[in-house]
Design a protein around this ligand. Structure first.
Ligand SMILES: [Zn+2]
Ligand SMILES: [Zn+2]
Length: 319
């Protein structure tokens, strides 16, 4: 099968990757209909996680092999494959299982391929009313929902989203849906106009953003984002870190202590509420799509996704 792989040095599309098999009753094979390139994929090819294999963790597809009840169903899939037996798993924190693999990120092949295998417990049925172009956003939207769940104490307050990229615009919409007064901080006025037109959120150039907000969502994907967030948040406010970046920070953290700021790391989230936010709250995802490219052009798609300001690039294995 076709697959977009990373070997530690370069990304390339191979035509002879082995088709995965449903090796036991707990796993399923999914034919990928659409997959999304995310900043994490770009970080991986910059050295993050030391991953080797088939990239990709955002997808929608249909089950082609596995338990009968699942075959033929259109699905999205949670990306952390937990052991299910360790104390962390038994305590209900499966996304943090210390022996987990993560599709396309850590020791498991991902979804930039014609087929991908994952545990059936990770699958979620996609309601008929959702198009593939919407469902493919469930994984990043779940990560946005996680930020909301982690910051219930700040709900309804003034929230600044740093970074008008794909994830920033999803988190901003989720926060607005729960009643926060959301401003997306952009690098310039032109970017602000884009944000308002694409997803209907308020936007302001970074230098115009009013300081002293209750909550900052750091989604710039840069090491400077946290420093700016510390500058914008009020004492006793909160900062959510959403960027996984391969480079290291050198930062004076004393203001966090002095101002008693709550700093929250935030990664993956639950798919159920993310599907609900697409169906019920009308979170707008399709305006975030820049292009849909055939998987065979995957290496070029990665290069294009890395261009600053590019929104979501989707890969279509069947094209
Ligand atoms: Zn991602
Ligand atoms: Zn475990």
């Amino acid at each position: 099968m076709l697959a977009l792989t990373w070997d530690g040095t370069r990304s390339r599309v191979v035509a002879d990757a082995p088709v995965p098999e449903a090796c036991d009753p707990t796993s399923a094979v999914v034919r990928v209909r659409l997959a999304g390139i995310c900043s994490t994929d770009l970080q991986i090819i910059a050295g993050y996680m030391g991953f080797r294999g088939v990239l990709g963790h955002e997808f929608v597809g249909e089950v082609t092999a596995g338990p009968e009840a699942w075959v033929g169903r259109r699905v999205v899939g949670e990306i952390n494959f937990a052991c299910g037996r360790c104390p962390t798993c038994l305590a209900g924190r499966r996304r943090h299982c210390p022996s987990r693999s993560v599709m396309g990120i850590l020791a498991a092949d991902g979804a930039f391929a014609e087929y991908v295998r994952l545990p059936i417990e990770n699958l979620h049925h996609v309601p008929d009313g959702l198009r593939d172009e919407e469902a493919v956003f469930v994984e990043p939207l779940a990560a946005a929902v996680e930020a909301s769940l982690q910051t219930a104490a700040f709900a309804g307050g003034r929230t600044i989203v740093l970074g008008a990229g794909k994830l920033g615009l999803l988190v901003g919409q989720v926060m607005a849906a729960r009643g926060d007064d959301v401003t997306v901080a952009c690098r310039d006025r032109a970017a602000c106009v884009q944000v308002e037109a694409r997803v209907g959120l308020c936007a302001a150039a970074v230098e115009d953003v009013r300081r002293g907000c209750d909550l900052v969502i750091e989604a710039t994907g840069t090491a400077e984002g946290l420093s700016l967030a510390m500058d914008l948040v009020r004492p006793l406010g909160g900062i959510v870190l959403k960027s996984t970046i391969a480079e290291r920070h050198a930062l004076d953290l004393a203001p966090l202590v002095i101002n008693e700021v709550t700093l929250i790391g935030s990664r993956c989230g639950p798919f159920g509420p993310a599907l609900a936010s697409l169906v019920e709250h009308g979170v707008r995802v399709t305006p975030l799509i820049d292009a849909v490219l055939p998987l065979r052009d995957g290496a070029e798609a990665l290069r294009r996704a890395a261009v600053r300001g590019t929104k979501k690039i989707l890969l279509q294995p069947g094209a």
